[in-house]
Design a binder for this molecule. Structure first.
Ligand SMILES: Nc1ncnc2c1ncn2[C@@H]1O[C@H](COP(=O)(O)OP(=O)(O)O)[C@@H](O)[C@H]1O
Ligand SMILES: O=C(CO)[C@H](O)[C@H](O)COP(=O)(O)O
Length: 550
């Protein structure tokens, strides 16, 4: 709870990640005064089907919002902003949840972003070679909304498609729930639904892919009113939502952002003076925001559109107004680390030891690696252990959902040392994936000198140092660890009218915390490991070709 020298205005930011909902009370200088989180349910009824519940998520939003404003003078709360994963929410014409599953369970009315059920649909969409695909890196991802809509039409026609009244991106569902306004954010429509900030919807695309019914309806089910992120919605927070969230009715509610984009706003505009960074005095386009949670998203902006094969975008004004955005990404990063660690035979031992020391398993693993590295740099422990991290396909820059994970260098050992080194190799593989994305962006015209990391994985010092060492770039961490929430609060602040523009709010509310520099003396080692990394995928493709041959 804030005390003493209280600033005048507060904003509430709500961030719906994959695994939990978080809220924060943030002041106009970007300081986080209160934080709360609440886990949310996920269902995986079959392999590659991932579902959630919009009612469950809204209930979690209400819990965390009430917690962060406890004891606060509600008159000082001026705005509310939401960000969320880009999952697909389905409601009927009366705004009731509809099932997205064969079981007919309408509680599970969200197809999550990482759901890959629509592989055949996205393949057909890509075969059309329609011109809108130029704006998603040349290849549409199975994680976007058009293939998921087509899957619903082809598989759940009677129970879902014919009854549906509203298909929302999750960030837009939340702003609708808070205000009753069905307008969509330009961010979600441009990034995940093929909408163009300049030309609007392209009828020919929807007709060509077999979703002409959306055109006939004048896009009323997917959005025909579009607002820039941070714009104030309707008459603000409705009395009903205000009661649910524990906030004053009528406060400004902003058009939302996808979570990665909120993270981008929370970090990319900070004043870096005095930190010895190459991006000081340079345009903001030399910065790359990397939002690392369940997945990692690499957000780079430019004044003119840059087409990067295999990297989403260019999207105009989808994150920072007036700038084009390219969004690289890795579909599973935090989730992959959790998977590797939790699936290892030594995990129960790790858990017991970490609990005894009251540490997270990651803090324990990091200190264990420090013990076993002896005199050498910790990264050198993986000289003969290499990982290819695409256990859930490659989002960027290879844009290939069929790719799989690889590990080479396994031994018979299953002890804690073995687990720690496998964890390290996984963290390194994710950082090599970032390097590959940066190289693709740079060869298409971006010029990046500095990384700005946020999200759950940025709390892991090993993950941060490996990103610095392997990309050769300094990594900036924000003063506020929960910078995605600062991004959400920036939206609320803009909607309240307290800042004239998103850029002004970004400059005042995002602040540099720590800077982690690369260890250039280790470069040769990582260059060699990167060569192996690239060979892994080359070999994987060769194996697939051999197995396909006669
Ligand atoms: N304190 C921590 N130390 C190391 N890793 C962490 C920590 N907290 C979270 N993580 C990692 O971050 C991931 C979740 O990040 P988060 O931003 O909360 O995800 P999401 O927004 O997708 O819900 C987890 O998979 C975990 O690997
Ligand atoms: O596609 C995305 C952004 O465009 C994100 O990867 C997706 O929304 C999941 O985010 P997170 O890893 O933070 O849960």
């Amino acid at each position: 709870m804030p005390g003493g020298d209280e600033p005048r205005s507060y904003y509430v930011g709500v961030d719906v990640g994959t695994g939990s909902v978080r809220a924060a009370l943030v002041d106009q200088r970007g300081a986080l005064l209160a934080f709360a989180d609440q886990p949310i349910n996920q269902w995986e009824p079959q392999f590659n089907h991932h579902e959630q519940s919009s009612e469950d998520i809204w209930a979690a939003c209400c819990i965390v919002s009430k917690k962060v404003v406890q004891g606060v003078n509600l008159h000082q709360i001026r705005g509310l902003g939401f960000d969320a994963t880009c999952s697909l929410v389905v409601l009927d014409k009366q705004f009731r949840p509809l099932p997205v599953n064969h079981e007919g369970d309408s509680h599970r009315n969200i197809i999550m972003w990482l759901d890959h059920r629509a592989a055949s649909q996205v393949h057909r969409i890509n075969e059309t070679k329609h011109s809108v695909l130029q704006y998603v890196g040349g290849v549409m991802s199975v994680e976007m909304q058009a293939p998921k809509l087509l899957w619903l039409k082809e598989n759940l026609r009677e129970t879902c498609w014919d009854k549906a009244g509203h298909f929302f991106d999750l960030p837009d569902f939340l702003s609708w729930k808070a205000t009753g306004v069905t307008a969509r954010s330009l961010c979600s429509l441009v990034c995940k639904w093929t909408y163009s900030a300049e030309k609007g919807w392209d009828d020919s695309f929807w007709k060509m892919v077999g979703l002409e019914d959306l055109v006939t309806d004048n896009y009323s089910k997917i959005g025909n009113q579009v607002l820039p992120p941070g714009a104030s919605l309707g008459s603000g927070l409705t009395p009903e939502a205000a009661k649910d969230l524990g906030l004053p009715p009528g406060i400004a509610v902003a058009a939302s952002l996808i979570d990665a984009h909120a993270g981008g706003l929370g970090v990319i505009g900070a004043d870096v003076k005095g930190h010895g960074l190459a991006c000081e005095g340079q345009p903001v386009t030399s910065r790359l925001a990397v939002i690392c949670g369940t997945s990692s998203c690499h957000m780079g902006i430019s004044k003119n559109p840059i087409f990067v094969p295999g990297v989403w975008g260019p999207y105009f004004s989808a994150m920072v107004p007036g700038f084009w955005l390219n969004e690289g990404g890795q579909s599973v990063t935090g989730k992959l680390i959790d998977h590797m660690v939790q699936g290892h035979a030594a995990f129960p031992e790790l858990q017991a030891k970490a609990t005894a020391r009251r540490q997270s398993v990651y803090a324990y693993l990091n200190s264990h690696l420090d013990l076993i590295k002896k005199a050498q740099p910790v990264g050198f422990l993986t000289v003969d252990l290499h990982v290819w991290p695409d256990f859930h396909g490659n989002r960027s820059p290879l844009a290939d959902l069929t790719l799989k994970g690889m590990v080479t260098g396994l031994k018979l050992s299953q002890d804690l040392d073995d687990l720690a080194i496998l964890y390290l190799a996984t963290v390194q593989a994710i950082a090599f994936g970032t390097r590959l994305i940066i190289e693709a962006m740079e060869s298409a015209g971006h010029s990046i000198s500095t990384l700005f990391l946020c999200g759950g994985l940025s709390k892991n010092p090993l993950f941060v140092q490996m990103h610095a060492d392997i990309t050769g770039m300094p990594v900036v961490l924000s003063q506020e660890v929960e910078s995605v929430l600062v991004g959400a609060a920036i939206l609320g602040a803009c909607a309240s009218g307290d800042f004239a523009s998103v850029q002004e709010a970004m400059a005042k509310m995002s602040k540099v915390g720590k800077v982690v520099f690369p260890r250039h003396e280790d470069k040769r080692y990582y260059d060699k490991k990167y060569q192996v990394f690239l060979k892994l995928v080359e070999h994987q493709k060769e194996y697939a070709a051999i197995m396909k041959g006669d």
